[in-house]
Design a protein around this ligand. Sequence first.
Ligand code: FEO
Length: 399
Amino acid sequence: MKAIKVKEDFYWVGAIDWNVRNFHGYSTFRGTTYNAYLLVDEKIVLFDTVKHGFEEELLSRVKSVIEPEKIDYLVINHIEPDHAGGFVKIVEVIKPEKIFLTKNARLGILAHFHKENYPFEEVKTGTTVKVGKRTLTFIETPMIHWPDSMITYIPEERILVSQDAFGAHYASSGRFDDEVDLCELIQETRKYYANIIYPYSPQVNKLLKTVKEMNLQIEMICPDHGVIWRKNPEKVLSLYERWSSYVCDPRVLIIYDTMWKSTEKLAYAIMDGVLEEGVEVKLCKLSVTDWTELMADVLESRGLILGSPTLNNGLLPTVSGFLTYMKGFRPRGKVGAAFGSYGWSGESVKILNQYLQEIQAEIVHEGLKVKYVPDEKVLLEGRELGKAAAKKVKELCSG
Ligand code: FEO
C-alpha cells in the first residue's frame, strides 16, 4: 500500500477501516480511517500512529516513501487507542529520536503502555520545533476531546494536523474533501461532532478563538479520521463555529417510544400541532432509530419533545437509554416538552421533565399525561402542546 502525497514532502500514511460498523457504540455505517501523516524534511516526522492491527498498513505506506527507521520524530497528538493502539509496535520499528506530546499525553501513554524509557519530550501551546525548512507549532487542545489532545500547525505549509477535531468516520478511496461527495462528508462530520465533540463545545469555541488570535493561515486541515480538508477548510471551520455556539435550525424532534400505541397517538397529535405552526418536525421512535444518527439531528434541532409511557414507575428502557446517552453530550439551547401514557402510577412525564431540566431546556408545557388511551380532547391538548413548542422554536430561531 502506498502513501498519498498531500503536498511536497508531506504524505498521508494512515489506514482505511472499510468494515468497522460499531466504534465503541458509535454506528459507523460508512467505516472509518485512522490517519497518520509523514513530513520529510531534514528531520523526518510521523504524526500519530494507528489502531492496533493496522500497523503494517501504516508501515507499508511509509516504506513507499522512506524506510521507517529513518523517521526521527514521532508526534502524538492524541492517545486514544484508535490512534495510539499501534504506538509501541511503531516505536519499536522506527526508534524515534524524540516523541513530542503534551504532559497529559505522556501520563496517559505511560498508563496505557508502561514504557518509561521512551524518548518523550513534553510540549505546550506555543512550543516550536524546527525540522529543516519547516516548523512544528504545537497547540494544546485539552478535552477536544481527551485531556491529552493537541494539534500541530506547520506554518510554512499552512497545514493544521488536527487529530480528532474536524474529522469524520468516513472510509473512502478519495483522501481529500474535493474527491468525495460533500453532502455525505458534511453528514458524517456532523454525526462525528454530535457524538464525540459536542460536550466540549466551549473548548471548541476557545480553540477557534485561539486560531484567530494566533492568526493561523490554514490552507489544509488534516484530521485523524476521514478526509483532508484541502478545497474547503473554511467550510468545516464555519460548521464547528456553528455547532460549538449551539446554533440550531427551527426543527422539532419528537423522540419517543410506545408500548400499546397510546404514547404514539400523542406523538402524532403533537406532530400535527407543530406542522400547523409551519415548523419542520421529525418523529423518532427509539425502538427503530439508531442513537448515533439521532444525535446528529439533536445537534441542530431547536425543539426536543420527549415521550414515554410509564413502565414499572419509570421510562421504557429504549427511552431512558437514549436520554442517558444524550444527556452526556450536554446539549444546550433547546426548547422542550414531555408526554406519555400510563396505567396506574404515571411517573414518566415527571422523569422526562427532569431530563429536560438537566440539559437546561426551556420547557414550554407542564407535560401531557394520559391514562390508558387518549380521547379526542387529549389529542387536541397534544396538538396544543406541539403548537406551543413550535411557536417557541420559531421565536428563538428568528431572534
Ligand atoms: Fe479518534 Fe479520540 O480518537
